[in-house]
Structures are given as C-alpha cells and as structure tokens.
Design a protein around this ligand. Structure first.
Ligand code: PXP
Length: 239
C-alpha cells in the first residue's frame, strides 16, 4: 500500500494570511522524507489553496509520483499538459464546495472526460478518475481510457453507524476487485483518518491511498510542542 500525501491544507493555512508560510513545497519534501510515495495537490479554479506557483515548483521538486488533482476543464488541461505531472486525477469541482463532494459521474460528462483523458495520455501522463465505489462507474472509467480509478472512501469514512460503515467498505472492496479484473489500478481516498484507514489498507486490490486533511491536522498538533518551545526560547532571551 502506497501513500500519496495531499498538502492542500498547508496552503490553506498560508492563504489564511496571504503570506508565504507554511510552504506546501516544504511540507511535500518532509512528507517524502518520511516515506510518502508521492504528493497530491488539487489546483482549483478559484486557487483557494494551491496556486500555480506551487504546482510549478512541486513538479521540479517532488521525487516520487506528483499527482495533480483537477477538473477536466480546458484551463486545467492546458496547465497539466504544460507542467507534466506524473499523474492527473480528474475530479468534479463544484463552486463554493468545502471539499470534493463525490466521485465524478463519468456518464454525465462522458465526452469531456474522454477527450481530457486522451489529451493527457497522449502526453504520457497517467490518468486517474475519482469515482464513487460503483462497478458501473469503474466500467465507464475503463471505457474512457483511464489507467487508474481512485475510489471515493468518504461515505465509508463519514458513516456513524458501524453497519453502514461495513456496507460502504464492502462497496469499496467490490469496486476495487472490479477495477483489478478490468485491468485498472485502484486507489482510494477522501476522509481517511488514523482511526478508519486500516480496513481500507487491508483491501488487497487497492494499491495506494491519498490522504490530506487528517495528516495535516495531526502535523499541526504533533508539531505544537516544539513550535512553542522554540518561540519561548526567543522570548526568554530578553529575560
Ligand atoms: N482524493 C480526492 C480525489 C480528493 O479530492 C481529496 C481531497 O482533496 C482527497 C483524496 C484527500 O481527502 P482528505 O483531505 O479528506 O484526506
């Protein structure tokens, strides 16, 4: 099981002050030093967290797999084919949404998705499509030429009732098996935390998980002690 660390929310903290820290590029380097197999960022149309500068620098600095999450719009396809990430994950993007709300409904936008996949693959970029864990969507992803499906784990992650969680987990497992049978690589992501990751990690057909919020949230807290001590050392210099 490989881990791609999504560093979007490092940029969210930076953008809260429109300043230059914390830098998602530094966070990406630390994540890779800690063993992450790759780095994911979502370049949104509104540039609310990750910006063009981040994507350009990360392309040069990420040593593992650099995965650019994006909508299949002309603007983003132009950027991706210029920057050349190792992989693109096509996601739906709604205006004003807090985070990606669900998998891409490939049937609803088949023409645009197919054209986007073709354009990216012609450039040698591996293409993943973020979909709900649904065998029909897996089949459409295969039909439009994707290499990878990222199965949406958010419904599983958000389920309060253990039986519901088990049922959602089963959907992810079945979709993962279907992907493998169709010759697609299966990834998983969205809403995964230190508490809910293990049943997903145990699904043999899922090669990689993409995790952002939970890791960045924990990083803030596990770093707090040292950060305060370092500031205190400076404050104490003046007695
Ligand atoms: N995968 C996709 C397609 C996403 O849109 C996101 C959120 O940006 C993630 C994974 C990571 O989700 P989370 O931040 O909840 O770990």
């Amino acid at each position: 099981m490989r881990l791609s660390v999504n560093v979007d929310h490092v940029a969210t903290i930076r953008q809260a002050r429109m300043t230059d820290e914390p830098d998602p590029v530094w966070a990406a380097a630390q994540a890779e030093l800690a063993g992450a197999s790759g780095i994911t960022v979502h370049l949104r149309g509104d540039r609310r967290h990750i910006g063009d500068r981040d994507v350009e620098i990360l392309r040069k600095t990420v040593a593992g797999v650099f995965n650019l999450e994006m909508k299949a719009s002309d603007e983003m396809l132009d950027i991706a084919t210029r920057i050349m990430p190792d992989m693109v994950t096509l996601v739906p993007e709604g205006e004003g949404e807090l985070t990606t709300q669900g998998g891409l409904d490939i049937m609803a936008e088949e023409g645009a998705v197919r054209a986007g996949v073709e354009r990216l693959r012609n450039k040698g970029i591996a293409v993943s499509i973020f979909i709900d864990p649904d065998v029909v969507q897996v089949g459409r992803a295969k039909a439009v030429g994707a290499d990878i499906v990222e199965l949406h784990t958010g419904i599983y992650a958000d389920a309060d009732d253990p039986d519901d969680a088990q049922c959602e987990l089963e959907k992810v497992r079945v979709a993962g098996i279907a992907a493998a049978e169709m010759g697609l690589t299966a990834h998983g992501g969205h809403g995964l935390t230190y508490r809910n990751i293990q049943p997903i990690a145990a699904i043999g057909e899922i090669d990689e998980v993409s995790i952002g919020h939970s890791i960045i949230a924990r990083a803030v807290l596990v770093g707090m002690d040292l950060a305060v001590r370092e500031m205190l050392a400076l404050v104490d210099v003046m007695g």
